[in-house]
Design a binder for this molecule. Sequence first.
Ligand code: SRM
Ligand code: SF4
Length: 611
Amino acid sequence: MSDETPSTPALGDPAAAPLTAGVPAPAAKVSGVELAKIASNYLLGDIPQELVDGAPGFGKASIHLLKNHGTYQQDDRETRKAREGAKSLREISFMVRTRIPGGKMTAAQMLAEIDLGDELANGTVRLTTRQGIQHHGIVKGDLKATIQRINEIQLSTLAACGDVERNVMCCPAPLRNNPVRDQMQTMASRLAEHLAPQTRAYHEIWLTDSDTGEKTLAGGGSAGKEIEPIYGPTYLPRKFKTAFGLPEDNCVDIYANDLGFLVVHEAGKILGYNVLAGGGMGVTPSAAKTFPALAKRLGFVPEEDVLAIATAIVEVQRDFGNRSDRKVARLKYTIHTMGLENFRAKVEEYFGKPLLPCHPSDVHGFDDHIGWHEQGNGKFFYGLNVENGRILDTHKTQDSEKHAGDFRLKTALRQILKEIQPGVRITAHQSLLFTDLHITDRVRITEILHAHGVKTSEEISTLRRWSMACVALPTCSLAVAESERVLPGLIDSLEPEVAKLGLSNDAFTLRMTGCPNACARPYNCDIGIVGRTLGKYTIFLGGRLLGDRLNVIYKDVVPFDELCKEITAVLACYKAERTAAETLGDFCHRKGVDAVRVWADEWLAGARGHG
Ligand code: SRM
Ligand code: SF4
């Protein structure tokens, strides 16, 4: 990864953050969320009573606790206006997230998730940037049935959200000719299981029949026993995210995670893992103490020490993370506050031995696994690009008016899953892999997609393939601008401009979010577009496909309607001034955003003959 400091700061700046001697925040000042956790008896709280109290939603403490169970209380923000004069402006509904380690599923599980979306949610299914699945629009009365149905298919929502280890990401490519990926994927699943919360509250609330089930209290029945041996009663100060990736294929964006395991391998054998710690993207622009950060290279461990080092790091974060101010409670702030060397020493103390120095290997490649690939065992897998992860049937078009009324991805997927029964994997780019295919399935999958107005991955532009957007409006309570709903249109406008510049085959990442929380990881990609306020965005440049360098602000408060021309001008500059084989991100980083801005503004003003 690059240690160079950008010339123009990204949002927030580590240098501006306070250094407070590396000690935990005083217990007296713990945040409201911490108080809710302390009082909850291992995440039980008042959820059982409130679940059946007849009110449309939950109380404040339960809303916090419910996240750990995989659900968010939300409302469709667009219906608020229509409800003026009603008792409440918010028509409460719930988002439910399934945690799927490494995004690995069966066809039957995926079909069940699609059915669930139709029967209890809003009729769509959303693949996430962390290889999970979200449903929106679930009413309180259906929450238990939703979570039960997800558990019936051997998946879980426990710890999909909340102050715990979230979905463990792992490169999903099913390459059987190289045991490294299989072995790494198995390790990711083991770690997910190892770090899953142990509380009985989840089972008690969601999986016990409330009429006939035994009435226990989550922690109460096991007095004297350690309920949560790793987390303890207050879990972690904040969300915690882990990913497993390869140097030649950083498809999981390993440097954006709290904890990364970068596999070190030679001749088909895993030598061990480089351990990376303290990555995270979210920032609060009004709080200078917040900043996006890439994970730091901490040390190397042999395979047998993966669970132990992960436990040690989680426990250090548990004991030293900030529990009074949630804005600075992620591991990146703990490391910043303690200093990397103190943090490493503390981790080694918890680990019980010194860490070996990092192996020199680092990320140098990236594969989104889209398109047709041999698996290595005589079978194939196919990566289907799902635009922004949204699986639906719609009268809206995929990317042009030509196919209006014609786009039925959900129905196409149902047919593929039922007829061909492939293995399924979700990528960290909100897309799907169908695995274990026969050569003959290629024609049939293409037929099914076309019959439902869905383009194959080969038929979409490189630009669209490498783009992604977060959910944002209307469900996300933190969104200040549109994202998923407007990115396809922006790409429609950009495609002809990119073609005119002769850049249609150039791969660069374009990621959009509806606020600075950065759920589509816009701060380490080539072009980041981050919602600033309704209809206006900040453009970031200078990260790259490899995800190992943060980008910096290029222009701020740009109206949506101007994004196409602003990005086109940057691409024109890239086309004119790049060196051979230089990627967009590397070019912007080398030239510097200030110089790119001067060039692009002249181009837009016509001074360079093309404006
Ligand atoms: Fe996220 C909060 C959606 C990946 C950083 N994220 C949210 C919430 C739950 C909004 C809220 O708190 O009320 C969003 C739900 C919106 C909705 O209506 O569905 C939300 N985040 C998503 C998803 C669905 C985006 C997507 O389009 O795929 C992703 C779910 C992943 C999963 O399956 O677990 C998602 N979120 C991410 C990522 C990317 C990643 O993890 O690789 C990030 C940046 C990395 C990071 O964590 O730093 C991310 N989400 C945030 C943050 C900022 C955290 C921070 O440390 O500042 C928030 C806000 C918060 O936690 O306070 C947030
Ligand atoms: Fe919501 Fe912001 Fe995350 Fe987008 S980036 S889903 S707007 S929290």
